[in-house]
Design a protein around this ligand. Structure first.
Ligand SMILES: *Cc1c(COP(=O)(O)O)cnc(C)c1O
Length: 465
């Protein structure tokens, strides 16, 4: 299995190299050179298998010969044993044809754990064999940082630096990062937005001297192993609801378009997905792109669902590449222009192709809060604000009654206690298995939104740990 860049200027590489590289040297994103797929009978055979077994089969399609099957199976077993629910990602029925896919039973209570627990193990496995120590840098809108710190802390062959936007993430989210005491963890509170954090990380990767100096690697949502790991739960959910004989519609709360793109990947692998609704909060660049054909950057507004306060959805470039029939020259032109102007007009044929599968819906702050309350009143379930965005968007899904609608529940309500209590009047209860971090001391560095300052800090950190 080889991986090519969406911008066509970088040489094709194998799975493990693509995982460690993150962004391609030409600024593009790696995608498989050809899509693997399952036969219908193979998908049917997932019924009754454990989550870890399905994960090994699905992720295995993308790993190719880079890791022996037994080793990958072992890593999947260990990764998903860290989840507090024996189903790993349980499916809960909310209405006659509506389901919630609970992705938040991992150690940091958000869906990022699903991919990150596997990624931490993959890195350890590879770096041990290469006798190499890498510096992982990660910009977080809130949940990725905690999941990455939890997955990488204490690991021998990697150190982790998490950048988060000061004041834009919840205290619970911050503490999942800043209370880690392991020497290989550093946290930076950046005086700026998540897009600033992401821009600093991008810039660090483009600085060859810095990249090689600290042996830089990224685990942001563009990392192919994360995408592959996230495509797994679309299979387990759809098969539980009757796939491959039956189509399923998914509604995905979206920020960086990693999770929703993983649904597309599942479809490419052969899963019969009826539609994918990208549900955004008022930071609605993706909803607008799918609905109008214009991908235009706006200003970032702070919302109750901060993990989606993003106006540049990194993984969108991967979908665009497919939509223009894998024309790397066109993709490079479009995203270079977008970086300069903040504007991309999707060619009509490409937009029409996207619309065959994707819909966009943006949900206001008031509607998000109302949906938390109505969900509690109608079903007894307390949901977090990101999930509420998905539930509100699900009202617009125009599937036949025979098509079940699955809304991804991306975080536990206890991760956003203030927003949840404001909406429903009672505070959500933290699951028993989660340690109380509110009294542990926090450790982080406060830095301006300036690439040079961050690089200087990371250089010193890498030299001393
Ligand atoms: C990261 C995150 C999202 C958005 O996922 P993307 O892959 O960036 O689109 C949604 N909800 C929660 C709780 C998250 O942590």
């Amino acid at each position: 299995m080889r991986y090519v860049s969406t911008r066509g200027q970088s040489a094709p590489i194998g799975f493990l190299d693509a995982v460690l590289a993150g962004l391609a040297p030409d600024g593009g994103l790696y995608v498989p050179s050809e899509w693997p797929s399952f036969r219908s009978s193979e998908i049917a055979a997932f019924a009754g298998k454990s989550y870890a077994e399905v994960a090994a089969a699905v992720v295995g399609k993308f790993v190719g010969d880079d890791i022996p099957k037994e080793d990958l199976a072992q890593m999947c077993e260990e990764a998903y044993a860290t989840f507090a629910h024996t189903a790993v990602v349980p499916l809960k029925q909310l209405g006659p044809n509506q389901f919630l896919l609970e992705l938040f039973h991992g150690p940091t209570l958000a869906f990022k754990d699903v991919a990150m627990q596997l990624l931490g193990r993959l890195y350890d496995y590879v770096l041990e064999r290469q006798s190499r120590k890498m510096t992982i840098i990660c910009a977080t809108s809130g949940d990725t940082g905690g999941a990455a710190v939890e997955a990488f802390r204490g690991r021998k062959n990697a150190r982790i630096v998490a950048l988060f936007p000061e004041g834009r993430i919840s205290a619970v989210q911050r503490r999942f990062m800043t209370t880690a005491t392991d020497a290989n963890v550093a946290c930076i509170s950046v005086l700026g937005s998540f897009d600033d954090c992401q821009a600093i990380v991008k810039q660090a990767f483009q600085d060859d001297q810095f990249r090689h100096g600290v042996d830089l690697s990224g685990v942001n949502s563009i990392n192919w192993a994360r995408i592959a790991a996230q495509s797994v739960y679309y299979f387990t959910a759809a098969v539980a609801l009757g796939a491959p004989a039956r189509e399923v519609a998914f509604v995905v709360p979206t920020g960086n378009f990693g999770d929703a793109y993983a649904a597309f990947v599942a479809k490419k692998l052969g899963l019969p997905i009826h539609s994918i609704t990208a549900a955004t909060n008022s930071n609605d660049i993706l909803a607008r792109a799918f609905e109008t054909g214009r991908y235009t950057r706006g200003a970032v507004a702070a919302t109750q669902s901060p993990a989606m306060d993003i106006q540049v959805a990194s993984n969108f470039e991967r979908l665009y590449f497919e939509a223009v029939r894998r024309d790397a020259v066109e993709t490079e032109r479009a995203f270079r222009a977008f970086a300069d102007t903040g504007l991309l007009d999707i060619p009509p044929a490409a937009h029409a192709w996207m619309r065959e599968l994707f819909r966009g819906a943006s949900v206001s702050e008031a509607d998000t809060a109302k949906t938390m309350l109505s969900t509690l009143n109608e079903t007894g379930e307390i949901v977090d604000p990101h999930t509420a965005v998905g539930l509100a968007a699900a009202r617009g899904v125009d599937a036949k009654p025979s098509v079940p609608v699955v809304v991804l529940s991306t975080a536990h309500p206890a991760k956003f206690p203030e927003a949840v209590e404001a909406a429903i009047g009672v505070p959500p209860v933290t699951p028993r298995a989660t340690p109380d971090l509110s009294k542990k001391p926090e450790k982080f560095e406060r830095l301006p939104a300036d690439g040079a300052a961050v690089k200087a800090f990371v250089r010193t950190f890498a030299a001393t740990t």
